[in-house]
Write a protein that binds this ligand. Structure first.
Ligand code: FES
Length: 109
């Protein structure tokens, strides 16, 4: 079991537990983290699990697939460090990582 933290747009943070192999989205939804809508629950098509990853965490993750990059390109609030939480599978390397929730989620599908 590991721990990840979500920071909300108002600056508040909350740490939650996550099982190895689960995605960041799955952990967020299970703990009802505000702002992670995950409308397609991991199908990778809605864009509503958008999070921003800290600069020091990004290199620890598998790079986004072309599909994920294409979805992110459709999101108005996406920028450097943006990822889909449903495409980030937890591993020990990112234990303690922090993910920032955007001001809003814009569904694209
Ligand atoms: Fe829909 Fe991640 S949950 S894209």
């Amino acid at each position: 079991m590991g721990t990840i933290t979500f920071t909300q747009p108002d600056g508040t943070s909350a740490a939650i537990s996550i099982r190895p192999g689960n995605t960041v989205m799955e952990a967020a939804v299970a703990r009802e983290v505000p702002g992670i809508d995950a409308q397609c629950y991991g199908a990778g098509v809605c864009g509503t699990c958008h999070v921003m990853v800290a600069e020091d965490v990004a290199p620890l993750l598998d790079p986004p697939s072309q599909w994920e990059s294409d979805i992110l390109a459709c999101l108005e609030l996406a920028g450097p460090g943006s990822r889909l939480a449903c495409q980030i599978r937890f591993a020990e390397a990112i234990d303690g990582a922090c993910f920032t929730v955007p001001e809003r989620q814009d569904a694209i599908a």
